[in-house]
Design a protein around this ligand. Structure first.
Ligand SMILES: [Fe+2]
Length: 184
């Protein structure tokens, strides 16, 4: 493998590692926030797979005598690949979780499609194989997230309906408060 080829692979592996670290954090949060057994199960399963992905990517970095990025570096890298914007969606409801992770999984899909090609081009077949293995699971995860769309939308409608039923009480309270504020 030529030096510049190896550098490209290492560079891309470090980005992949930063993405997996983000994925771990966000999936842990998703499991806490899901508030629905079916949806929680999807995120929990992918969290387990993501631990494997992080390990696979780290092992490939180590095979090239490199370590994953330090925390500071990681934050910068996450910004560089657009994760900050993704994180800004603030996924606190099942609908937003679904949007967030559908986008996130597709970022990962693109990442491993490219890593596979870059590694093959550099003659690093082991990294290419790791990328292809992870890619398959990211594709499956994106599909599973899409399968939560129905349930997530249902939960949103149910929540809105029960808010409506809770009565005009809180509504009128708010209205009178607004009136008060308008007067002052
Ligand atoms: Fe993923």
């Amino acid at each position: 493998m030529g030096d510049s080829g190896e550098e490209r692979v290492v560079e891309h592996l470090r980005d992949a590692h930063a993405i997996e670290e983000q994925a771990l954090k966000q999936l842990e949060r998703a499991v806490e926030l899901a508030n629905d057994d079916q949806i929680e199960q999807v995120y929990r399963e992918h969290l387990e797979e993501t631990h494997e992905h992080e390990k696979l990517v780290r092992e490939r970095l180590e095979a090239h005598d490199h370590e994953p990025s330090a925390v500071k570096d990681l934050t910068m890298r996450s910004g560089a690949v657009g994760l900050r914007q993704l994180a800004d969606i603030a996924p606190e409801t099942p609908v937003k979780l679904a949007m967030h992770f559908y986008a996130f999984e597709h970022l990962e899909i693109a990442n491993y499609e490219l890593l596979g090609r870059i590694a093959r081009g550099a003659g690093d077949d082991e990294t290419a194989q790791a990328a292809e293995k992870i890619l398959e699971q990211e594709r499956a995860a994106a599909e599973k997230v899409a399968e939560t769309f129905d349930r997530a939308a249902e939960l949103l409608l149910e929540a809105e309906e029960s808010e409506g039923e809770e009565g005009s009480d809180s509504g009128s309270e708010e209205a009178s408060r607004e009136k008060e504020e308008a007067k002052s």
